[in-house]
Design a protein around this ligand. Structure first.
Ligand code: 8IG
Length: 275
């Protein structure tokens, strides 16, 4: 079977596809409306079990517009979680990365679907490289702003969207009421999937970046376009290339994520409870 996705058809409105997907989620879960959505990146997955009671788990690929997972045998799941407050969270464990090459519509489809389910808060998490030497692997950092180095946008046509305070100051302040030690920084989204050269990391630093990664910025733009309030969190799993002396290793990144996971997942659960 060919990989047919309506998001690949230029004439089809991606917001119609998102509404269809949201309708399917409502049908499958019996939950008409979600309040908050979370995309859980590397290191953050455990939070899904800590924020509340999972009442429904869906295979993302069964929902219109979602892509088959990039890593075989690693099906992306969508979960509906009942929070202690009675609110509903949609947990997106199925991120489509820009470097997969399916285009930006597929990258932001989960965010647009979350908005179509009614979510007004979008929490975007990721694993990333740190430029500040003081951020040792395992440090969670709030995203204060971003620099989009993909040379792409989820907005189509003459759609002008204000990105001032994209990463909500209100939500960052709320996160710091849970952990006053939380630092913050500017996230640079590179295309990947290669890591940066040391020269590119220096460029990112000089233009005002503190965190380097391969996701989140495009998703945050789409979230803002849909009127959502955005909270961004990076887990620093490695110092960026050239900041640390040793070469980057994926195994090391995974190890740092695994070690930090219980701590940062508990932190995220407390932030969600405070929303
Ligand atoms: I985890 O050092 C992780 N993701 N671009 N650079 C980029 N993405 C990353 C890195 C990194 N570490």
């Amino acid at each position: 079977m060919t990989d047919m996705n309506p998001l690949d058809v230029p004439e089809i409105d991606p917001f119609d596809v998102a509404r269809t997907a949201a309708g399917e989620i409502a049908e499958a879960t019996g939950i008409a409306r979600h309040d908050v959505a979370l995309t859980l990146g590397s290191g953050w997955g455990r939070a899904a079990d800590l924020i509340g009671e999972t009442t429904h788990t869906l295979d993302a690929e069964d929902i219109t517009g979602f892509s088959a997972p990039a890593l075989a045998g690693h099906a992306g799941k969508l979960r509906s979680v009942l929070l202690p407050s009675g609110k509903r969270a949609l947990i997106i464990g199925a991120r489509t990365h820009y470097y997969e090459g399916h285009g930006v519509r597929r990258v932001v489809h989960s965010v647009r679907t979350a908005a179509a389910t009614g979510a007004t808060t979008m929490i975007l998490t990721n694993g990333a490289g740190g430029i500040r030497e003081t951020w040792t692997p395992g440090t969670p950092v709030l995203i204060s702003d971003h620099i989009n180095l993909t040379a792409d946008s989820p907005l189509e046509g003459a759609t002008f969207v204000d990105l001032t305070d994209l990463y909500s100051r209100r939500l960052r302040d709320l996160a710091r009421t849970i952990d006053p030690a939380l630092d913050e920084g500017v996230y640079c989204q590179f295309r990947g999937p290669h890591y940066e050269t040391p020269a590119e990391v220096q460029m990112a630093r000089i233009i005002g970046g503190h965190i380097v990664g391969m996701s989140t910025a495009l998703e945050a733009i789409a979230a803002r376009q849909s009127g959502m309030e955005v909270l961004g969190l990076s887990l620093i799993t490695n110092l960026a290339a050239g900041i640390q002396k040793e070469p980057l290793s994926h195994a090391e990144v995974l190890h740092a994520g695994k070690t930090a996971e219980p701590v940062i997942s508990a932190l995220l659960a407390r932030i969600v409870a405070a929303l």
